[in-house]
Write a protein that binds this ligand. Sequence first.
Ligand code: ZN
Length: 133
Amino acid sequence: MHELSLCDSIARAVIQNAQGRRVTSVRLRVGALRQVVPETLVYCWSIASRGPILDGSVLEVEHVPAEIECGDCGTRSELSRFNLSCPNCGNQDVKVVSGEEMLIESIEVADDAEPPDPLPAAPESGSATTAVH
Ligand SMILES: [Zn+2]
């Protein structure tokens, strides 16, 4: 499944950025041209996010509409499947300026993110008492 391998690579990138902190949510921008189904992506995330860092985290998918820009008058408009020309002047020399993105916009980590540093209580017992002979 396309979305699952996507989620795997997202998960890897998020884990790298989390630096050991527990992640609560991930915000992802996905362009309309990516042909990704957000619901499927969220479902796959529940599979890909298993593990101590990502467990229980939420994937928020922000849909970015595809936009075209007219090469003539510079008008930007939302790309329509049925109309590949400028709505302002009718020019067909348009280029796609957004809709191809797929990027992690932000990551939220748990507030209680005191690093679970394994600071063991210093073993004070021993040294002071063994001196008694
Ligand atoms: Zn135009």
